[in-house]
Design a protein around this ligand. Structure first.
Ligand code: FES
Ligand SMILES: [Fe+2]
Length: 351
């Protein structure tokens, strides 16, 4: 296997949709500073309720726009009061009769599953991640906990198709055989059609389930995946929205999903299914945490049983890599300003 260029690279990520923050954390008229994938951004919500995400620093002199104010659907910089609209176009410079054509970088933004999302390229090429089975359904969602893991998002992602760990870590005797389908350049599914479950409890009720046990994983942008687990009666859907943190760590937002059932009974059922999904996920996450917090991923010896993992790595490698790179910049700036500060102190002392 050639050494991957994107997979498990602590300074690269795939162009795509990434979660930013829960929608309820941003009220109308509020502006917040966010660092995402090593880039400093501001997120605000205008009077029209729409969320706008743009680069954090004012194109005039670099003031941080989170110090500014939302005015209508625009943002005004605190420093010299220049104003920018939701496309980042400058609409007002108080000391000029007409603004000059200066632009702040604004990013494609959306809200789904009670979360704010950003597209990290120019124009969105593909949709916000979804569960394939729920593509055309109205969904109910519940936000779960947020987990920081001491390894790269790509390493967290391989967990549900890493069949060799099912028994040692989760005591699940499931001989999964995955069928891989690439939906498009940025999404791939792995579906298990094999019913090789040797769990005695499962075998007892096997006749009830016929051939309709489902276990399907769908990966998006090498960063977010959905999991569908269930039988004829009930399917649980979980989204694990991941993004890379500084130092190659991973932040995961759990999102539980279910198709929207109508009416009062439907509402109660939706809540019940979402709570059951949350219990189910926490049970497995707890087991995996031990490994994911201490692993130093180095896939030196792949074997046939690791085939799905290799297919996933190849899929990630074929996508468009980005490097926002401010991690490096921030580090070198820190060092630089620290050195400068020391130099001034030394100069002053000598004087
Ligand atoms: S730095 Fe923002 S208006 Fe001058
Ligand atoms: Fe696991």
């Amino acid at each position: 296997m050639r050494k991957p260029k994107i997979f498990n690279n602590p300074e690269r990520f795939v162009e795509g949709w990434y979660w930013v923050m829960p929608s309820h954390n941003l009220q109308i008229g509020e502006v917040k500073a966010v660092t995402l994938l090593g880039r400093n951004l501001v997120v605000y919500r205008g009077q029209n309720k729409r969320v706008v995400i743009c680069d954090a620093y004012c194109p005039h002199m670099g003031a941080h726009l989170a110090e500014g104010q939302v005015e209508g659907n625009e943002i005004r910089c605190f420093f010299h009061h220049w104003k920018f609209d939701d496309q980042g176009i400058c609409t007002d410079i108080p000391c000029l009769a007409k603004p000059i054509p200066v632009k702040l970088k604004a990013w494609p933004t959306a809200e789904k599953y009670k979360m704010i999302w950003i597209w990290t390229g120019e124009n969105p090429q593909q949709p916000i991640p979804f569960v394939p089975e729920l593509e055309f359904q109205e969904c109910e969602s519940l936000l779960g906990s947020r987990i920081i893991t001491n390894c790269h998002p790509n390493v967290v992602m391989i967990n549900p198709i890493d069949t060799q760990h099912f028994y040692p870590v989760h005591q699940l005797q499931l001989d999964a055989v995955f069928e891989e389908t690439e939906l498009h350049q940025n999404a791939i599914t792995f579906t298990n059609y094999d019913r090789g479950n040797k769990n005695p409890l499962f075998l007892k009720f096997q006749h009830l389930f016929k051939r309709n046990i489902i276990y399907q994983i769908c990966y998006w942008y090498g960063s977010t995946f959905t999991l569908t687990v269930g039988t004829d009666f009930l399917h649980f859907h979980i989204m694990l929205a991941l993004h890379l943190l500084e130092g190659g760590k991973c932040e995961t937002q759990l999102i539980f999903l279910t198709k929207k059932r109508q009416g009062m009974i439907g509402w109660i059922l939706n809540r019940l299914v979402l709570c059951l999904t949350s219990l189910f996920v926490h049970y497995f996450v707890k087991d995996d945490a031990k490994v994911l917090q201490t692993i130093r991923f180095d896939f030196k010896t792949p074997i046939k049983a690791d085939q799905s993992i290799m297919q996933l790595i190849n899929h990630v490698e074929r996508q468009k890599p980005l490097m926002w790179g401010t991690w490096q910049l921030a580090r070198s700036r820190d060092v630089e300003s620290h050195e400068n500060r020391n130099k001034w102190r030394d100069d002053l002392t000598n004087d």
